[in-house]
Write a protein that binds this ligand. Structure first.
Ligand code: FMN
Length: 329
């Protein structure tokens, strides 16, 4: 029987490309799709602890894993340490590979209440919270956070990383921006390098990794144990196989073909409709379709047709038409 630290160390031994947690994006369908394209570790959307403890349907859905959905971490967020510890026990019953504590969400309705990045305003409380959660479950507990709240004169993350390790946390993911930066400005990976140097648990670098070359550079510059990709995956989930090919074989993969792009639209639509129902399934896939089709001959027209179609059969026939008309090379 491995210890939580051993489990996580084994998980990160091959410098995995990890699908970032993203609300309303990284559901079971998208995780499966990214995994088939090379994402080696996935994390759920963040799950509100109060929702989970009340048994709210949406929270339960987010924290439910199918047997093939491994390795996956369930991410939870909340402002109260005891409630986080209680919710961690509920999430543990879904048998994820690990539990991830969201200490990085900058969105005011989350952070201003002390949850997410709100924990960065009081690093001591954050460490005590992490320790309480670690003590309440037998699974590995990881933390995803940012370099600081902003604009501190000295970012707390290096000292914080050390203290989180002491609290028993098994890995840290670092989105290399402050909370005040939200998604603006450039991610500064040098903070991941500095944090990584002071701990022996895996540190994952996150922020602005958009290509395989970025992933390679982020790992080389930081010495981190893995790289996490968020927004780029929404438009281009092939980024995971591109990263793998470059890291493992030094190979630069050709972009996906027209046929692959059209097939991914079909696959995602069909899976989302099966999972979320006929109308909602089509709606939730829309945010991906423009990216999947980017660069194709006739993409603008195809996109326009798809965004005006709210049923699966209609979308599939638009895609079939596009495939046949252009020979799908
Ligand atoms: C739509 C969206 C939803 C997000 N939801 C979450 C979330 O639920 N939990 C979390 O820790 N981070 C969340 N994030 C932040 C990402 O996980 C990631 O840290 C951030 O986007 C930076 O990585 P990137 O430059 O690769 O996108 C979200 C980001 C986006 C764009």
């Amino acid at each position: 029987m491995s210890t939580p630290h051993e489990t996580l160390r084994a998980l990160y031994a091959k410098r995995p490309a990890i699908l970032a947690p993203m609300e309303d994006v990284t559901d079971v369908v998208f995780r499966r799709l990214c995994r088939s394209l090379g994402a080696e570790v996935c994390i759920t959307e963040f799950v509100n602890v109060e929702g989970l403890l009340r048994g709210c349907r949406n929270a339960r859905r987010k924290a439910t894993l199918t047997p093939d959905d491994r390795p996956t971490g369930i991410q939870i967020y909340g402002a109260d340490a005891a409630r986080l510890a209680e919710a961690a026990r509920v999430a543990e019953a879904a048998e994820p590979t690990f539990l991830d504590l969201n200490c990085g969400c900058w969105v005011p309705k989350v952070a201003s209440r002390g949850a997410g990045a709100g924990w960065l305003r009081d690093p001591t409380a954050m460490v005590a919270m992490a320790k309480m959660v670690v003590g309440s479950v037998s699974l590995p507990v990881t933390v995803k956070t940012r370099i600081g709240w902003g604009p501190e004169s000295d970012m707390p993350i290096v000292d914080l990383a050390r203290r989180l390790e002491d609290a028993g946390v098994s890995a840290i993911t670092l989105h290399c921006r402050t909370a005040s930066m939200a998604h603006s400005g450039a991610a500064d990976w040098s903070w991941a390098a500095r944090a990584r140097e002071v701990v022996s648990i895996p540190v994952i670098v996150n922020g602005d990794v958009k290509t395989a070359a970025d992933a390679d550079r982020a790992l080389a510059e930081t010495g981190c144990a893995g790289v996490m990709v968020g927004r780029r995956a929404v438009d281009h989930p092939w980024v995971f196989r591109e990263i793998r090919a470059l890291l493992d074989g030094g190979q630069e993969l050709a972009p996906p073909t027209r046929l692959e792009r059209i097939e991914l639209c079909r696959e995602h639509l069909v899976a989302n409709v099966a999972q979320r129902g006929p109308r909602f399934g089509v709606l939730v896939t829309r945010r991906h379709l423009s990216g999947y089709l980017r660069g194709l001959d006739g993409a603008a027209e195809l996109r326009r047709l798809l965004l005006h179609c709210d049923n699966l059969d209609g979308c599939l026939s638009i895609l079939d038409d596009a495939r046949e008309r252009r020979g799908a090379a």
